[in-house]
Design a protein around this ligand. Structure first.
Ligand SMILES: Cc1cc2nc3c(=O)[nH]c(=O)nc-3n(C[C@H](O)[C@H](O)[C@H](O)COP(=O)(O)OP(=O)(O)OC[C@H]3O[C@@H](n4cnc5c(N)ncnc54)[C@H](O)[C@@H]3O)c2cc1C
Length: 365
């Protein structure tokens, strides 16, 4: 905002609903957020992550692996209130329509009211309409290379899994370039899902296969299935974020960290940078392309690591190597570096298992 007159437009009637998220946030990112996130929003403490791939099981805790599960709807509503408190006008139940070849013009049509269209002239536009961003098309980006994956998830209720302090990640043939997950939220609630290079329908089908896998079925036995929490997720091939008078932010600009497609806090960080740059640019004090340099300065190392992991992960998923899922678990847990893969990719599963366990300092599983 930084003094600029700001309008936030949200298609949904209630900000943050429906939830399309597994609701995990890493503690390591909270310190990079542009404002302090109130403790009350950090619902359930997470101490670490458990990894499952074929017959390999291990866990990592502390440091990078610590975090929280949040209620994403409450979190997003808090963000909206925060922007209102800073002077922004938040319009819900309103869909943005971008006029083609008219980058300085935005049309908004009210869905909640009488369907009336209103023209809004915006000097700068921060585009944050998600992984399958339609706005990107209207803004004239070539989206043929954009690879959009899907996650299908559900909330489990009345399950002891909800009380765990560990997130569990599963790698295997039940998905492509992705993983299955169980994220506890406390109070008998856990998010379970499958994501990957999948269409919406495939993700849903894979989810029901996943929850029938013996190891998962045993874990979730007795739980009740609650609301769906699926949605699209950005994988690769997204356009560069700055064009004309607009900046693509969050999932629309693929600003998340692989392998877990962790995008909640990165979207907040990049959104904050975009807002500041847009305001400065409107006032003639900066160029919109400053966004790239400022994001690089703050999150460049994370994005570089994310890209390297994604590249190897995608190649392994597409390969026939017998140890591919173990190697994916190895790079996802940071126990194997992406640049080690070419040396290790043809190794037998027993060899990779030994490598991972030895790096954990443990050879007992
Ligand atoms: C099932 C699932 C699980 C995930 N789990 C995690 C997780 O545990 N942790 C994590 O960090 N990340 C997770 N992610 C990723 C994370 O949810 C995203 O990176 C994050 O939501 C990106 O925020 P965003 O604002 O860019 O996009 P979104 O959250 O998708 O928000 C886009 C918003 O734009 C609105 N919109 C779209 N088009 C228009 C329009 N034309 N006019 C007005 N409004 C419009 C939509 O209604 C929506 O509210 C998950 C993603 C999915 C799909």
């Amino acid at each position: 905002m930084s003094g600029a007159k700001t309008i936030v437009v949200e298609r949904n009637a209630v900000v943050g609903t429906p939830v399309r998220c597994a609701e995990g946030v890493g503690e390591y990112l909270l310190g990079l957020a542009p404002f302090r996130i109130p403790k009350g929003l950090l619902r359930w403490r997470i101490e670490g992550m458990r990894f499952r791939a074929e017959n390999l099981k291990f866990e990592l805790k502390g440091g990078f692996w610590e975090g929280y599960t949040i209620d994403r709807d409450r979190f997003d509503q808090w963000l909206a209130r925060l922007s209102e408190a800073e002077g922004a006008k938040v319009l819900t139940g309103t869909t943005i329509i971008f006029a083609e070849d008219k980058l300085d013009g935005v049309k908004a049509v009210s869905l909640s009211g009488d369907g009336k269209e209103t023209d809004i002239r915006a000097k700068k536009v921060v585009v944050a309409d998600g992984a399958d961003s339609k706005a990107s098309e209207y803004l004239g980006y070539d989206l043929r290379r954009r690879n959009v994956g899907h996650v299908y998830g559900m909330e489990l209720r009345e399950t002891e899994l909800g009380e765990s302090r560990f997130e569990t990640i599963f790698f295997g043939d039940f998905t492509t370039i992705g993983y299955g997950y169980i994220f506890p939220k406390g109070n008998g609630i856990a998010n379970v899902g499958v994501g990957g290079e999948l269409s919406e329908g495939e993700a849903k089908r894979k989810f029901f296969e996943f929850v029938e896998m013996r190891e998962v079925r045993e874990k979730i036995s007795g739980a009740k299935f609650g609301v769906e929490k699926g949605g699209p997720c950005p994988l690769e091939g997204y356009p560069p974020p700055v064009k004309g008078n607009s900046i693509l932010v969050g999932d629309a600009g693929n600003q998340n960290f692989k392998p877990f497609i962790e995008g909640v806090i990165p979207a907040v960080i990049c959104g904050d940078i975009a807002g500041r740059v847009a305001a400065e640019s409107a006032a003639g004090k900066a160029g919109l392309t400053d966004f790239n340099a400022r994001v690089k300065e703050k999150l460049g190392d994370y994005f570089a690591a994310s890209e390297a992991i994604y590249r190897e992960m995608a190649a392994l998923f597409r390969s026939e190597y017998p140890s591919r899922h173990l190697l994916i678990a190895g790079i996802s847990s940071n126990l194997i570096k992406p640049d080690e893969i070419s040396e290790l990719e043809e190794s037998e599963p027993a060899e990779i298992r030994k490598t991972i366990l030895s790096r954990l300092g443990r050879l007992d599983q």
